[in-house]
Design a protein around this ligand. Structure first.
Ligand code: PEP
Length: 249
């Protein structure tokens, strides 16, 4: 089965009106790719970026969503609000949310459900810490994080979820997993899902994230179970991000 590659840029809490306009302008100049190109600005800029990319192939993602539908939840943003701005994907389970904001597996699963109910596509991030890798727990950690979502939404829902394998030790550290290390985990994630549904396992797109750079991305994308990348730091540089998109084909 051929799975379309996705190259997604997570801008995190970076940028200003000026720098974001410049970044989008840079990306629009290279708006031709067989891969799906996704960018995730922070909430205040979604409307602006939604308008400036409207005539392009660039797809919009949000970095977070509330687990609640609506109401008295000061500071939260609902799935239906994101839909108003043509958002397609929403990051959930990013390690920064798990570690800095204590988001549990169950809480993340509930956000996945809210997104699926709203017909938005969760980009579900999973991955182990360095300590867990060194203790040989990489696969059990990933499986536990996936299991919480499986228990709540069932395996068929994974046909509408994108998984991002992001080893915590590789995020923002400059230390990328090797292409072989990424492939090993991606293959294991697919095998884990195949125990419940082979069809879904073959279909689900699994991105790698963690210090992805243009110089190493071709090797990464050549791996059979790597269906693209979730890019943090390098996505803030239009030329570097475009080079990663080109490497994806
Ligand atoms: C991320 O935050 O999802 C990420 C992969 O960051 P970086 O590319 O900077 O490691």
């Amino acid at each position: 089965m051929t799975r379309q590659k996705i190259v997604a840029g997570n801008w995190k809490m970076n940028g200003s009106l000026e720098s974001i306009n410049a970044l989008v302008d840079g990306l629009l100049k290279a708006d031709q790719s067989d891969s799906e190109v996704v960018i995730a600005p922070s909430f205040p800029y979604l409307s602006l970026v939604s308008q400036s990319t409207a005539d392009s192939n660039i797809v919009l993602a949000a970095q977070n969503v509330s687990d609640q539908e609506k109401g008295a939840f000061t500071g939260e943003v609902s799935a239906s609000m994101l839909k108003d701005f043509s958002v397609k994907y929403v990051l959930v389970g990013h390690s920064e949310r798990r570690s800095l904001y204590a988001e549990s597996d169950d809480f993340i699963a509930s956000k996945v459900k809210v997104l699926l109910d709203a017909e938005l596509t969760p980009m579900l991030c999973i991955g182990e810490t360095l300590e867990q890798r060194e203790a040989g727990q990489t696969l059990s950690v990933c499986e536990q994080q996936l299991q919480a979502v499986l228990d709540l939404v069932g395996v068929e829902a994974f046909a509408k979820i994108v998984i991002a394998y992001e080893p915590v030790w590789a995020i923002g550290t400059g230390l990328s997993a090797s292409a072989e290390q990424a492939q090993e985990v991606h293959q294991a994630i697919r095998a884990f899902l195949a125990k419940s549904s082979e069809t879904v396992a073959k279909k689900v797109q699994i991105l790698y994230g963690g210090s992805v750079k243009a110089s190493t991305s071709a090797e990464l994308f050549a791996m059979p179970d790597v269906d693209g990348a979730l890019v943090g730091g390098a996505s803030l540089d239009a030329d570097e991000f475009i080079a990663i998109v080109k490497a994806a084909g």
